[in-house]
Design a protein around this ligand. Structure first.
Ligand code: G1P
Length: 290
């Protein structure tokens, strides 16, 4: 059994739910106070023991590479001014993990984007973190999934109950209970109609795959929305391998969705020791004026 050290972060989407902002700036670069969404996601991966991260990006997303690169002239000027705190912050970003970038030339779907990672991953288990889903560090979802893999040696996917009427925005899993947080997946369907959904358990943006997923992706035909869906590749993997569900109930922010992005900003800013209190006052005042 291999140790899980590699991650893939698909960040190639067009960001249509966040127009006009996402016209020139990738939605993964939206700031939560002073760090872009993607930095939170990379920090979560590193915190769970990931050392090597492949980002699948697309045209117009060059700014992502710039953010995680060294910026020597800025470093020199901060150093000269004795701005050591800021200097450390920007140096740390470039040292978070071994980062690699590859482009998805055509928007052919999430399954296709993950498939591009095949050569980079090789014959190892790996995790996938969707580039716009932030998980609060307190949830420990990714760490829990890695522990589940280490015990059961099978693929694991994060699942959360959603109101039944929202299930058609997600991959949906039918499951058999194992213990409180782990379930055995028996069926998967991408964005089902509410009436056809086998449950209200939605696939959330964290996956842990054995390398067998790549072969399934290669044989997956376009599905919902004409895209190659990872959910469909997982459904065929299910015929030869077990897939576990790791259930959690809170702490996920879909920052690609306007209202959930705002919730992320508010909740995460309120927790900041440097600005939290002052921000709470601002929110109180603003709410009392309505
Ligand atoms: C993707 C997946 C879906 C999953 C969702 C989680 O959908 O295809 O199975 O439930 O992410 O955010 P998207 O949100 O890209 O439409």
């Amino acid at each position: 059994m291999g140790k899980v050290t590699k991650a893939v972060i698909p960040a190639a989407g067009l960001g249509t739910r966040f127009l006009p902002f996402s016209k020139a700036v990738p939605k993964e670069m939206l700031p939560i106070v002073d760090r872009p969404v993607l930095q939170y996601i990379i920090e979560e991966a590193v915190d769970a023991g990931i050392e090597d991260i492949l980002l699948v990006t697309s045209r117009h997303k060059k700014v992502i590479e710039d953010h995680f690169d060294r910026l020597l002239d800025l470093e020199a000027s901060l150093e000269a001014k004795g701005r050591n705190k800021e200097l450390k912050q920007i140096r740390d970003i470039a040292n978070l993990a071994k980062l690699h970038f590859v482009r998805q030339g055509q928007a052919l779907g999430l399954g296709h984007a993950i498939g591009i990672a095949k050569e980079h991953i090789g014959d190892e288990p790996f995790v996938v973190l969707l580039g716009d889903d932030i998980m609060h560090p307190k949830t420990g979802v990714l760490k829990g999934m890695i522990q589940a893999y280490e015990k059961h040696e099978s693929s694991v996917v994060a699942l959360m109950e959603v109101p039944q009427e929202e299930i058609s925005s997600y991959g949906c899993a039918a499951v058999e209970e194992m213990n409180e947080s782990l379930v055995d997946i028996s069926d998967l369907v991408e964005k089902p109609a509410v009436a056809d959904a086998p449950s209200n358990l939605a696939v959330m943006g964290r996956y842990l795959f054995t390398p067998a997923i790549f072969e399934e992706i290669e044989h997956t035909k376009p599905g919902v929305g004409g895209e190659i869906q990872i959910t469909d590749a997982m459904l065929t993997l299910l015929k030869s391998e077990k897939i576990l569900g790791y259930k959690f109930s809170e702490g996920r922010f879909d920052t690609g969705k306007k209202i959930d992005y705002l919730r992320a900003v508010v909740e995460l800013a309120l927790e900041r020791p440097d600005i939290g209190e002052e921000f709470q006052e601002i929110i109180r005042n603003a709410a009392s004026k309505r």
